[in-house]
Design a protein around this ligand. Structure first.
Ligand SMILES: [Zn+2]
Length: 209
């Protein structure tokens, strides 16, 4: 078991560590030797104790229509599974309480050919960071979709050598900065622009859907 990441945002029921590692104190509970968070907040460890403190941010849930960032963790058939990040906007924090999925068959039809993203081979691959829209909030998973030029891959590593990929706007492909390997992914208009992504996420939250 790893030491709980200091300051990490946790939700009720999330396992933090074992009782042997840290003494459970505030806003946590124990079961079978494990220490769990009893509320939404930030993990703190000091002097051998673990506690969850009130998150300074106002916490809300991720909802339908929101833009989210996430990492593609696996691909099973026509479904991509995405680890969704929490979204921070000003003093507000939208907690990702589930993982997400993208049904790829609904995004690879003829409609996509020659669109703003060019010919699409594969939408994305494992390890890519993507920007997507929440279509549906299910009981245990978010259904995500890719609509509009901002959605798609925003950061990728080369599948051949692990190098950083750069977007070639003329050829509309991702090109590895090390080995020149090319990938035809569905690339976001905000590829490699972390600051613009941040402000877009925040802006999307303050505007009515
Ligand atoms: Zn490479």
């Amino acid at each position: 078991m790893m030491e709980p990441k200091k300051g990490k945002f946790v939700t009720p029921g999330e396992v933090l560590c074992t009782e042997e590692e840290f003494l459970p104190t505030r806003s946590v509970f124990t079961e079978n030797g494990n220490v769990y968070s009893a509320m939404c907040g930030n993990v703190e460890t000091r002097d051998g104790k673990v506690l969850v403190s009130n998150s300074k941010a106002e916490v809300d849930k991720i909802g339908r229509g929101m833009l989210v960032l996430g990492e593609v963790v696996s691909e099973v058939g026509k479904v991509l599974f995405v680890k969704v990040d929490d979204v921070k906007a000003g003093s507000k924090l939208y907690a990702a309480l589930s993982d997400g999925k993208i049904i790829t068959s609904s995004h690879s039809g003829p409609r996509d050919r020659g669109g703003p993203h060019g010919p699409v081979g594969k939408i994305c691959k494992e390890g890519d960071v993507i920007l997507a829209k929440v279509d549906e909030v299910g009981d245990d998973i978010y259904t995500l979709g890719l609509y509009g030029p901002e959605t798609g891959v925003v950061y990728a590593r080369c599948s051949e050598c692990g190098g950083d990929m750069r977007y070639d706007g003329a050829e509309r492909v991702l090109v590895c900065t090390k080995c020149k390997h090319k990938e035809h992914s569905r690339v976001s208009a905000l590829y490699g622009k972390p600051n613009e992504i941040k402000s877009l996420l925040a802006k999307a939250l303050t505007q009515p859907q």
